[in-house]
Design a binder for this molecule. Structure first.
Ligand code: BT5
Length: 297
């Protein structure tokens, strides 16, 4: 979990609404266009760490993935949202916030589209091997411990959940130059996304209302974050994550800051870390990029 700096001035929301009743999400700040909802809330967290502010955008001009990667989505197609929370748990356990959002996102897809995504550790929702959503968790230290349980860091949890884009294969322009202007109604989708990504529309043949999806997501996330307040709840959360985690049981290659680990993914620890059997012992990994190898390591 990182927290990149930015000197950009804070843009003003186009609209501020109340979040779903009974949740901490009192303010949903809506933007027609912004560079990145994560970047916006990280800046807010440095100035004014308010638990439960939500930023949602129709379009991001510099949507962020992890490790400097980009998140793609054309205007008005997908759910692009971040929340600012002040969780009370120890810094080493902050990864559980990603677990909470992952589970809330799976449930929102189930309830809105009868879709059953699986989870790829640490931050993806998959349908089959295709990425339906990605989560980016970033955090900044707080000057003074604050929040109901004395948070030490403000956490920004962002998710890009593909609703309408990428479209079904039959409406995609033929392979070739990804920047090629399509003829007729065919949509241009970069080659990498065409191969590796999916959307609710692509999987189910129909769209869902993005505002309804957002409400479901926020209500679910509230419940999941509350679970993190006690030890038993957190343990149950990690167990649920494990049961939906497509990575467990697979041969994996994990690229971490310390190097590459290869082996069989055995388990998810109660604090959300990945346990890999590397042959000569077990490696417990907090952060990394996983490739499901499907065969020889
Ligand atoms: C992620 O990073 O999956 C985290 C994505 C988080 C995006 C949200 S949108 C709201 C909030 N504001 C932000 O600025 N970000 C968050 P990572 O695991 O690094 O995956 C990034 C990679 O996924 C890219 O390099 C592409 O290969 C691929 N990718 C990009 N856009 C995609 C999409 N729409 N669907 C599926 N894959 C995509």
């Amino acid at each position: 979990m990182s927290g990149a700096d930015s000197a950009e001035p804070a843009p003003s929301p186009d609209l501020i609404e109340r979040g779903p009743p009974g949740t901490r999400f009192g303010q949903v700040r809506r933007f027609a266009e912004i560079d990145s909802t994560n970047r916006y809330l990280l800046d807010l967290a440095r100035r004014q760490p308010l638990d439960g502010v939500v930023a949602v955008a129709e379009h991001q001009t510099a949507g962020r993935g992890r490790l400097g990667r980009t998140w793609e989505a054309p205007p008005g197609a997908n759910l692009l949202v971040s929340v600012l929370v002040l969780p009370g748990m120890a810094v080493e356990r902050l990864h559980l916030c990603t677990v909470a959002l992952s589970l809330a996102a799976v449930e929102a897809c189930r309830a809105s589209a009868s879709l059953e995504p699986m989870l790829k550790w640490p931050n993806d929702l998959l349908v089959g091997e295709r990425k339906l959503a990605g989560i980016l968790a970033e955090s900044v230290p707080l000057a003074r411990p604050t929040g109901p349980h004395g948070s030490r860091r403000a956490v920004v949890l962002g998710i890009g959940l593909n609703v309408d884009w990428p479209p079904p294969d039959d409406s995609v322009a033929p392979a070739g130059d990804p920047d090629e202007v399509p003829t007729g109604d065919a949509e241009v989708v970069p080659g990498e996304i065409r191969r590796s990504a999916t959307s609710i529309r692509r999987e189910t043949g129909s769209s869902v209302d993005r505002d309804h999806l957002l409400d479901l997501l926020l209500v679910g996330l509230e419940g999941r974050l509350c679970q993190l307040d006690d030890e038993m709840g957190a343990t149950r959360l990690a167990a649920e994550y494990r049961s939906l985690c497509a990575t467990v049981g697979q041969a994996v290659r994990v690229v971490t800051a310390e190097g590459e680990v290869r082996g069989e993914a055995l388990d998810i620890t109660p604090d959300g870390r990945l346990v890999v059997d590397v042959g000569v012992g077990l490696a417990t990994i907090s952060a990394g990029d996983v490739v499901h190898v499907h065969g020889e390591l």
